[in-house]
Design a protein around this ligand. Structure first.
Ligand code: SF4
Length: 378
């Protein structure tokens, strides 16, 4: 019998002072207990509503200043991407964007004013309403830190929302560290937003970014903090374990990336600490090691797009869905499409009443997305 979740043992697994075999076995057992042999993914389009951002994370290539490509998408551009996704039988419109650029950039304030808004999140609200009304897609807003009022305003058009915690350690904001001068990466601010989402009963996506220079204790404490918020509210619909990738044109280009065998231990520790029921995800475009992470206890591959690039990791193409399906099946799993809200959150207590009919018309009797024809669609 494997020991119950324990902080010190979790750190020891990551330190390598305890052999990882029992951890890996326990993580796979817990995944099978909670999810059987079903692995999911969300068929999505990526809508980078603005690449302007007030923060300067030292690993980021998504954010750009106004003179170097930082911009907003116009409503017709948003609708064009979403409509193309509709035509490719996508179900998720992922709105990912820079954090509160109007606090830093005059050009952001001007764009928003010309479009009748004073905040970027106000514009997200209008665009997610547009996509929700005009297409069959379900918006999932990932606009950085949100206030309670902002999440309340987004709820009628978003079946779920998300924001990575990344790490619970304020040490990463010190001079020389990746989140220095990034007010939106303050872990206390991010945990407040995660708590607020729970109070509002919003199915919420979060997770950790691994390899930023954090300690193993800080990784474990980050997982535990999210687990505690979930214990209070029950709202964490998925936990993403994302590996840092060193991008050529960033200040962290020479920083070591996590070694896959060790990163798999982080995945297994997350499954062990968060339990059988949690949906644990590794983004498949940031690794070649699909089989390794299935063995480490994941049950979800996250959003995969047949159409748009990963704007946050543009160097990393999505795997072809046929390949993802074949390799997942070869490990003994079914790969099923889901909406950007997981089946266990599909009821009127979690989803805005104005969205529930649309959701129910898009799922099968188990709550998964009505499967697209796979052949020739990816
Ligand atoms: S990682 Fe996010 S918050 Fe940081 S600079 Fe990039 S877009 Fe902004």
């Amino acid at each position: 019998m494997h020991p119950r979740p324990d902080r010190e043992l979790a750190v020891a697994y990551l330190d390598g002072t305890v052999a990882p075999g029992p951890l890996s076995d326990e993580a796979a057992r817990l995944r099978d207990e909670g999810h059987g042999r079903t692995v999911t993914y969300s068929r999505k389009v990526f809508i980078p509503l603005t690449t302007l951002c007030r923060d300067t994370c030292t690993y980021c290539t998504f954010a750009k200043p106004p003179g170097a490509g930082g911009m907003y998408l116009e409503p017709d551009e948003v609708l064009a991407v979403a409509s193309a996704g509709d035509a490719h039988r996508c179900t998720e419109a992922l709105f990912t964007l820079g954090d509160r650029p109007e606090a830093r950039w005059r050009q952001a304030r001007e764009f928003l004013s010309e479009h009748g808004h004073s905040t970027t999140i106000g514009y997200v609200e209008e665009m997610s309403q547009l996509v929700n009304t005009e297409t069959g897609l379900f918006p999932h807003a990932n606009p950085g830190v949100m206030t309670t009022d902002e999440m309340t305003a987004l709820r009628p058009s978003n079946v779920s929302m998300g924001m990575m915690l990344e790490n619970i350690s304020a040490r990463l904001m010190e001079p020389g560290m990746p989140h220095h001068n990034c007010p939106d990466k303050d872990p206390a601010v991010r945990m407040d937003a995660i708590e607020a989402a729970g109070r509002l009963r919003i199915p919420f996506t979060t997770g950790i970014l691994v390899g930023l220079g954090e300690t193993n204790e800080e990784i474990v404490d980050s997982i535990l903090a999210i687990g505690e918020a979930h214990a209070r509210h029950g709202h964490i619909q998925e936990f993403i374990v994302q590996n840092f990738r060193a991008k050529a044109d960033t200040r962290m280009r020479g920083h070591a990336e996590p070694i896959p065998a060790w990163f798999a231990r982080v995945v297994a520790v997350a499954r062990w600490l968060l339990g059988a029921e949690m949906n644990v995800q590794v983004p498949p475009n940031l690794t070649e090691r699909f089989e390794t992470y299935l063995s480490a206890g994941i049950n979800d591959w996250g959003g995969v797009s047949p159409l748009t690039i990963d704007w946050v990791n543009p160097e990393a193409p999505w795997p072809h869905l046929d390949e993802l399906t074949a390799r997942t099946r070869a490990e003994g799993f079914d790969l099923l499409p889901r909406l950007p809200v997981y089946p266990e959150f599909i009821d009127r207590s979690w989803i805005d009443p104005g969205l529930i009919d649309k959701v129910e018309s898009a799922i099968d009797d188990r709550g998964f997305a009505v499967a697209p024809q796979m052949e020739g669609t990816s």
